[in-house]
Ligand binder design. Structure first.
Ligand code: GLA
Length: 401
């Protein structure tokens, strides 16, 4: 007897709706490295191996970094069946061998593709090959996929990202899914069930305060990206994060600017994906990227992002509710000039409707720790004297006494 048509439909529907995002792969913001910001298209297996080795030997792995992510330009051609292969000159040992090596170091490997016909650099995109690509990534042992949005004319973002999410799920290997459509279609409103993180902006640039016009698109400085956080704070939590882009720490800004950039990415609960050359870091860069007290702000299990509490002249006051009734407070000096002022805690009660948390410094006392110097700076009983160099931060942790 033939199966009735409606039963086939029910079966197909059940098949399609059973796919989902892999849960619990990013309960705190993912930490790792990505090739693009420093190396652009100059990727090859030697660089990736050396970077993974440096992640271990430098102490970055111990600080929590785990993903070694290859961005655009790793691609070779599709074979006659349509399966993608890496460029054999750049990756002569193949992706499986590279993944095995990275796994042998206790790290994870990420790869890059694009929802359109071609990637942003013009290599084969996944459009029309989503299930094949997902199978290939799973067979190679990939752990993380960044999925870009170039050359997608006529595609609808939610559907395109959903197709790849389902393809990854059906391929069966848990893979962190990183949506990279630059915030064009408000991914914070729909990304939660599709991916683990979504870019909220166009590309970051190596500058603290700038917008660089590239004709059809712009890249953005640290301050400009921070300001794009306005209105999207409530969309993040364990397993679903706003992604403020890969970091530029160690790529040419001043140490003060790098420190401010890193501090704010931690306050924002952004993924911490380093974008510098890990094989050649200055002590200052390494110290910033591995500062464990600051990383703890980012990796706080509550997963609540920061909000701008106030602005005092050109200094922003950002606050972030943390576990154990603690707060992180970041004074961000947006100007190039140093600032000095008094901050009277008692006149500044904290109240966060989103997390339903408050701190009243008249009735409660908190001890203050400077998270960059590890020094205790008194308590909230007394007004605090604040001094911050240009383009830098004062990052504090308040703990109830
Ligand atoms: C886009 C992305 C970048 C990078 C490049 C690669 O611009 O936003 O992060 O992946 O493509 O071509």
């Amino acid at each position: 007897m033939k199966t009735p048509f409606f039963l086939i439909l029910i079966f197909l529907n059940a098949e399609f709706t059973s796919a989902q995002k892999f849960d619990s792969l990013a309960l705190t913001p993912p930490m790792g490295w990505n090739s693009w910001n420093h190396f652009g298209c100059n990727v090859n297996e030697q660089l990736i191996r050396e970077t993974a080795e440096a992640m271990v030997s430098s102490g970055m792995k111990d600080a929590g970094y785990v993903y070694v992510n290859i961005d655009d330009c790793w691609h070779g051609d599709r074979d006659s069946l349509g399966f993608i292969h890496p460029n054999s000159e750049r990756f002569p040992s193949g992706m499986k061998a590279l993944a095995d090596y990275i796994h042998s170091l206790g790290l994870k490997i990420g790869i890059y593709s694009d929802a359109g016909w071609k990637t942003c650099a013009g290599y084969p995109g996944s459009r029309g090959h989503e299930y094949q690509d997902a199978l290939q990534y799973a067979a190679w042992g990939i752990d993380y996929l960044k999925y870009d949005w170039c050359n997608t004319d006529g595609l609808e973002a939610v559907g395109a990202y959903l197709t790849m999410r389902n393809a990854l799920y059906e391929a069966g290997r848990p893979i962190v899914f990183s949506l990279c459509e630059w915030g064009n279609d408000q991914p914070w409103e729909w990304g939660d069930t599709i991916g683990h993180l979504w870019r909220i902006s166009g590309d970051i640039d190596v500058c603290f305060d700038c917008k660089v016009d590239h004709g059809t698109w712009s890249s953005w400085g640290v301050l400009q990206i921070i300001d794009m956080h306005d209105g999207i704070r409530q969309y993040v939590g364990p397993d679903h994060w706003n992604d403020y882009d890969m970091m530029e720490v160690g790529n040419g800004m001043s140490t003060n600017e790098d420190r401010a950039h890193f501090s704010m990415w931690c306050m924002l609960a952004s993924p911490l994906i380093a974008g510098n050359d890990l094989r050649k870091m200055t002590p200052e860069t390494l110290e910033i990227l591995t500062k464990k007290e600051v990383i703890a702000v980012n990796q706080d299990p509550l997963g609540i992002s920061t909000f701008k509490y106030d602005a005092i002249g050109k200094t922003d006051v950002w606050i972030k509710p943390m576990s154990n009734n603690e707060w992180a407070v970041c004074f961000l000096n947006r100007s190039t000039e140093p600032v000095e002022f008094i901050f009277p805690w008692k006149e500044n009660p904290f109240n966060d409707k989103l997390s339903n948390r408050s701190a009243d410094f008249i009735t409660e006392e908190f001890s203050i720790k400077n998270l960059w110097t590890n020094k205790t700076e008194g308590t909230t009983k007394e007004p605090m004297e604040i001094k911050i160099p240009g383009h830098d931060v004062l990052l504090l942790e308040l703990s109830r006494k």
